[in-house]
Design a protein around this ligand. Sequence first.
Ligand code: GCU
Length: 424
Amino acid sequence: MKTLFHFTILLFVCSMSFAQFETNYEERNVPKFSVPDPLTTFAGEKISTSEDWIAQRRPELLKFFENKVYGKVPGNLDEVTFKLLEENKNALNGKARRKQVEVTLTKNEKSIRFTILIYLPKNSTLAPIFLGYNFFGNHSITTDTNVFISEAWAMNSEALSISEHRLTEVSRGLRAHRWAIEKIIDRGFGLATIYYGEIDPDKNDLMDGLQNLFYEKGQERPERNEWGSLAAWAFGYSRALDYFEQDNNIDASKVLVFGHSRLGKAALWAGATDKRFAGVISNNSGCGGAALSKRRFGETINVINTSFPHWFSYNFKNYNNNEEALPVDQHQLLALIAPRPLYVASAKEDEWADPKGEFLSAYHASQIYGLFGKKGISNIEMPEVHKPIHNTIAYHIREGKHDVTDYDWEQYVTWASEFLKLNR
Ligand code: GCU
C-alpha cells in the first residue's frame, strides 16, 4: 500500500515518474539473489571462529563499508571541548536531572558546535543511557521550556510550523510523542539527544557541516571514498560518547545508540565504527540501514542516492541499479556490531523501508553472533506483528506507519534492561 508518506517522499525525488516506476512492493518481483556469506572472505576463504572473524573478516568488511558505502572519516580532529551550559536537578517535575552540554569540534582553525540535551534519573549515580538524534531540534522532543532552541539550519515543515529554515518556540514539544522520556527515566535509564542539523545540515551541500573542517584550501567536497552526511552523523554520535566518558553521572560503558529512519542508518554505522557503544537500536532504518539492498523492495540504492545525493560516499553511486555487483549486503553491516546487543525494528505499513528486508538482515547477521555464543534470530520466518523476539539480536514488527511509538520504546527499555544486565 502506498501511503501519503511515501507519496510525499516520491515528490522529493527530482524525477518522480522514474522513482515510481522503480518502486517494487510485490514479493514476487524481488529479484533472485544470493545473500553474501559473512563467513567467506573476499578471497574465498571460509572462516568459522570468532577469532578469525575479528582478525580477518570483520576488518575487510568494515573497510568495504567505509570506502564504498558510507565513506571514510578523513582524519582526526585537532580538539574536542565540552561546556556545561545548564544543569537542573529537579527537571521533569522533579523526576530527572537535566543537563545541556555544548560540544565544540575544531580542525584547521574551523569549528562547529552542537548541544546535547541529557535527562538522567534523579537518584541514579551512574546511569545507562539511550543516545539518539532528533530531526527538529532538542526543544521539539519535550514541552520542557528550559530546553534551548537551536540556531542551526532546519528543514521546513508545515506540520511543525517551521519555515525559512529556522527553529522557533512554536515547535516546542511537537515531537514529544516520539520520545517516551518518562518511561525511560522511570526504568532507570537516561536519555540524551542532539539536533542532527548541528552536525551536518541535511541538504545536498557538503560545505556547511562537519566535512568542511577537514577540507584543504579550495576543497568543496569530500573525496570519492570519504564521508557523506550519514557518516558525519555517526561521527557526531561518537563525540557525544566522548563527553559521556567524562560525565560522572553517566555510565559510558552502557550507551545504546538509537536512531529512527535516516538516523537509524547513522546509528548502525556508529555502532559498527565505534566499539565503545554497548548496543545499537535501529528503528525503521530501511534502505542503507538494516534492510537488504539486493531485494530491491521499496526504496532502492538508485532512489536513495538520487533523492539524497549527500548521504553516502560518492562511491556508493556505483551500485545505483547495480545491486548485483555489491559484494556485501546490509546484514554484514549488522554483523560488524557483533557481539554487542542489536535491536532492529520495523513497522507494518512502512513498506518503503522493506520490513522483511530488515528482518532478513537481522536473521543473516545472526550467524556471526553465533560465533560469539550469542543468540540472534534463529527462525527465517518473520514473527507476527507485536510478537517481539528479544535475544542479543532483537527484532519486532508493529502495526502502523513509519514512526517511533510508545510500543517501540516499551520494547527497547525492556530488552535493554535485560541485555545491559540491569534487571530493574
Ligand atoms: C526518506 C528516505 C529514507 C529515510 C526516511 C527518513 O523516506 O527515503 O531512506 O529513512 O526518509 O529518514 O525519514
